[in-house]
Design a protein around this ligand. Structure first.
Ligand code: AVJ
Length: 319
């Protein structure tokens, strides 16, 4: 059997249908909103990679520091023979885990982007004998099913991406992950932590404007995919810390009254000058909150590791 297989559980047109539904819904409600998953076309993924190298954007470096320090402990605590990675994207941090777990190992990267999966899968196979890769094209927010692979399994959800889900969505998501796990399996979860507002806002509103370009890129995606006539420069990038909800919100704020046509949806949308549209929530966490959310999903927090500056955490939880 080939060490690389790819399974598509998403119909090829599901992504297009989901984009249409999200845009139709998000642009006709008040306040307007768009889900953050549409940032990540080829350009958006490139911009995100650039964000991870910005001096202000600490989460990627902090999480890498933790993985670097703790990968051997994670391997020992889990004994995992299958590593499942949700929203795998680029596989750089995964390498630390794969190296520590050792072979024989099955790696199951799950992503909506088939090109990201093939690229990352092939690069990993080149460097690791005793690795099989079973890539899944799937949307992890909607009904996950895993291939039959050796246990124990370690499901990793890194980067703090769980913070993009609203509290209710997180509860549903964690329960669906729990349902995938058998006794002895584990979840490794990356969460960004609550900290001072200046640090948080700077991470989402960098001096070079890369995050601003990333935020506005969602408008280019809608222009290209749905024939809309957004002019990204008609909008300003805004990042605010919501201290009640303990999340960063990214918004786009209309610089003038603008009307946008979305031909594919037969839609015309008016923005008034100063009107804002939410494009992302990035929740920040505390240990007790993570423990409680895991427990509510039937998962027991066994290890809580942070970087030396206490900015980011990795949780290891068991059913
Ligand atoms: C990839 C979802 C973890 O929320 O920090 C980076 C995305 N948004 N800068 C985050 C993002 C703005 C990032 N995640």
């Amino acid at each position: 059997m080939s060490p690389f297989t790819l399974t598509r559980t998403l119909p090829a047109d599901a992504t297009a249908a989901a984009l249409r539904a999200d845009v139709a819904h998000g642009l006709t409600r008040s306040p307007k909103q768009l889900p953050p998953k549409w940032f990540y076309d080829a350009r958006g993924s490139e911009l995100f990679e650039e964000i991870t190298r910005l001096p202000e954007y600490y989460p990627t470096r902090a999480e890498r520091e933790i993985l670097h320090a703790r990968a051997p402990e994670i391997a020992k605590a889990t004994g995992a023979r299958t590593l499942v990675e949700l929203g795998s994207g680029s596989s750089e941090k995964t390498r630390l885990l794969i190296g520590a777990l050792g072979g024989p190992l099955t790696y199951v990267p799950i992503d909506v982007s088939e090109s990201a999966l093939t690229g990352a899968g092939e690069a990993l196979l080149a460097d690791h004998r005793d690795l099989s890769v079973h890539a899944l094209v799937a949307d992890f927010q909607h009904g996950l099913a895993l291939p039959e692979t050796p246990g124990p399994r370690l499901v990793a959800f890194l980067g703090g991406t769980i913070g993009n889900l609203l509290p209710q969505e997180r509860a549903r998501f964690l329960s669906s992950v729990r349902a995938l796990l058998s006794p002895g399996d584990a979840l490794l979860l990356g969460t960004d932590l609550v900290k001072d507002e200046t640090t948080l806002v700077a991470a989402y509103d960098d001096a070079q404007g890369v995050t601003a370009a990333f935020n506005k890129n969602v408008l280019s995606v809608i222009d290209r995919e749905l024939g809309a006539d957004f002019h990204p420069d008609d909008f300003d990038h805004v990042a605010v810390w919501d201290r009640e909800q303990e999340w960063i919100e990214m918004r786009l704020r209309a610089r003038a009254d603008v009307t946008v046509k979305v031909p594919a949806l037969d839609l015309s949308v008016d923005f008034t000058r100063g009107e804002t549209m939410r494009t992302e929530v990035s929740a920040k966490f505390r240990e007790e909150g993570v423990r409680a959310e895991l427990a509510a999903a039937g998962l027991a927090l066994r290890h809580w590791w942070t970087d030396t500056e206490g900015r980011f955490a990795l949780s290891l939880a068991f059913p």
